[in-house]
Design a protein around this ligand. Structure first.
Ligand code: PGA
Length: 256
C-alpha cells in the first residue's frame, strides 16, 4: 500500500506574511487525515524555507524545496546547497520541473547531478517528467518519458525508498487543461513498468508516482482513483489553504 503524497508547489508566489498565515492555519485543518492517511508537503520559495521549517516543525506537514544545487557546496551564485536545505529541516526537493527544463534550460545532465547531490545530502527527490503538447501530438509521449527517466539508472539504486516520481504533462501545467484520469493512468502505468524493468520489482511497486498539471479540488478524486496515481503535485490550486486542504481531502476519500 502506497501512502498518498500531496505536494503544494507554490512556485514564485506568496509574500512572507501570506505564507505565515498559511503555515499557521493549514496543518490543523487536516489533522484527521495527515499523516494517518496521507503525507503532505509545502514547497514555498527558497526565501521562505526557513520560515516554513520553523512554523511546520512538530506538525505532520513536511517542507519541500523547489530545486537544489548540484553539489554539496561551492561557487554557484543563486543556488541553494542541498546540505544546508537538509540541515534546515527540508525533507523533499522537486527536481526537473518543466519550468526548470524549459524556461531555465536545465538538461538531463544537470538534473542528474542535482539528484545525486540531493540524495547524498539526505533529501528525498521528487523527479518530474512529462511530455510537451508537440511530443504528444507526434506520438512521442513514452519516448520522452523514457529519455527523462534514463537519468535514474545507476544513481538511485539504494535510495528508491526515498524517491518520488511526478508525471507532469507540460501541456497541462498552469493551463487549466488537466490530463484525463485515463491519460494520467496510462502514463503512470508506463512509468511503473519502466521502473519494474530496470529496478527490483518491489521497488517499482512501492515507489510513489504523483500526477501534476491543473490538479484541483474537483478533479482530485477522479485522478486519485486511478491505480497508479499515488498523489498530486499541485501548483495554482495549492496557493489557498482551504482549496488545498479540500483537494487533499477529496483525493484521500477516493482511496477508501
Ligand atoms: P498547476 O502546476 O497545478 O498550476 O498546473 C503544477 C506544477 O507545475 O507542479
Amino acid at each position: 500500500m502506497r501512502t498518498p503524497l500531496f505536494v503544494a508547489n507554490w512556485k514564485m508566489n506568496q509574500t512572507a506574511t501570506e505564507a505565515d498565515g498559511f503555515f499557521r492555519t493549514f496543518p490543523g485543518s487536516l489533522r484527521d487525515v495527515v499523516p494517518a492517511r496521507a503525507h503532505v508537503a509545502l514547497a514555498p520559495q527558497a526565501i521562505q524555507l526557513a520560515q516554513a521549517a520553523a512554523a511546520l516543525k512538530g506538525t505532520s506537514v513536511g517542507v519541500a524545496a523547489q530545486n537544489c544545487g548540484q553539489t554539496a557546496w561551492g561557487a554557484y551564485t543563486g543556488e541553494n546547497s542541498p546540505v544546508a536545505l537538509h540541515a534546515l529541516g527540508v525533507q523533499w526537493v522537486i527536481l526537473g520541473h518543466s519550468e526548470r527544463r524549459w524556461v531555465y534550460h536545465e538538461d538531463s545532465h544537470l538534473i542528474q547531478a542535482r539528484m545525486k547531490a540531493a540524495l547524498e545530502a539526505g533529501l528525498a527527490p521528487i523527479l518530474c517528467v512529462g511530455e510537451r503538447l508537440v511530443d504528444r501530438k507526434e506520438g512521442k509521449t513514452f519516448t520522452v518519458l523514457e529519455e527523462q527517466l534514463a537519468i535514474l539508472k545507476g544513481v538511485v539504486e539504494g535510495a528508491l525508498d526515498r524517491f518520488v516520481l511526478a508525471y507532469e504533462p507540460v501541456w497541462a501545467i498552469g493551463t487549466g487543461e488537466t490530463a484525463s484520469p485515463q491519460q494520467a493512468q496510462e502514463a503512470h502505468a508506463f512509468i511503473r513498468q519502466w521502473m519494474h524493468d530496470r529496478f527490483a520489482a518491489a521497488a517499482s511497486e512501492s515507489i510513489r508516482i504523483l500526477y501534476g498539471g491543473s490538479a484541483k479540488p474537483d478533479n482530485a478524486a477522479a485522478l486519485m482513483a486511478q491505480k497508479d496515481v499515488d498523489g498530486l503535485l499541485v501548483g495554482g490550486a495549492s496557493l489557498n489553504p482551504m482549496a488545498f486542504a479540500e483537494l487533499v481531502r477529496n483525493g484521500v476519500r477516493s482511496q477508501a
